[in-house]
Unconditional design. Structure first.
Length: 256
């Protein structure tokens, strides 16, 4: 079995080379965790190549940490490959499997984005939990990477788990942005609240959670056009992900 994997996401591809004494262990774990990124999502569009990712693992006991760092490296490589082409947000995304309408959950780290995406992905198509890439026509290039999930018995340790392992629904063939939602998690709050943002507030908030925005031609115009197309932008205030799922489904127009 080869210790080199070719992973696809954001309409690009990146080669991951697993070296070191435990390279085969790492490659096998990568192949399982990245199951939905092993084949192109749109072979006609995947003409972009990210910088190769070289990883060396000698101690199998470091596998979990190495898997996490590899995920970060792969994400950076794919973002780099699409910089200047896609509007990219630090966000999770789920799609209506029938219509392709997609809810984009934009959030800074630590807001429970992955947890909410995972809950919604049990019913809606899982697009990504990390980076959403949107072209000028509002089409999304899926990035169904593994999800980082804390171990119940070791909360400080996260495992990279395939969306297949977690039984998340697959993304539709052609997901498109339907709603942009900014997540605002406030632990301890028992109810969720939906707030409609003013246009300029939405521009600034989304720009803060973007990747390589400066590399786009007329970046603020591109962002403003997207907001005009799918707006208004919503801020979802919540305490726990389970409390926010009904509001999120409602924003996408999916019946409970």
């Amino acid at each position: 079995m080869s210790d080199v994997l070719r992973l696809h996401g954001l309409g690009a591809a990146v080669e991951v080379r697993c070296g070191g004494g435990a390279g085969p262990v790492h490659a096998a774990a990568m192949r399982e965790a990245w199951s939905r990124c092993l084949t192109p999502h749109d072979p006609t569009a995947e003409q972009h190549e990210g910088e190769p990712v070289d990883v060396s693992l000698d101690d199998p006991g470091r596998l979990a940490a190495t898997m996490q760092s590899t995920t970060q490296d792969v994400t950076r490589a794919l973002i780099g490959a699409r910089a200047g082409q896609l509007l990219m947000f630090h966000a999770g995304a789920v799609s209506d499997p029938l219509t392709g309408a997609t809810l984009v959950l934009v959030a800074r780290g630590g807001t429970g984005k992955t947890t909410l995406t995972r809950l919604l992905g049990e019913r809606l198509g899982y697009v990504t939990d990390e980076t959403v890439g949107i072209d000028a026509n509002g089409a999304i290039h899926p990035y169904p990477k593994p999800l980082s999930v804390r171990r119940p018995d070791e909360p400080r340790v996260k495992d990279e788990l395939s969306p297949d392992t977690l039984a998340l629904a697959p993304a539709p063939t052609s997901p498109r942005v339907s709603r942009l939602v900014l997540l605002e998690r406030k632990p301890g709050h028992r109810t969720a609240r939906v707030e409609e943002l003013a246009f300029m507030d939405a521009v600034f908030a989304l720009a803060e959670q973007s990747s390589s925005l400066h590399a786009l031609p007329k970046p603020l115009t591109r962002l403003a056009d997207l907001i005009d197309d799918v707006g208004p932008v919503i801020r979802l205030h919540y305490g726990e992900a389970a409390d926010a799922t009904s509001d999120a489904l409602g924003l996408l127009g999916v019946a409970l």
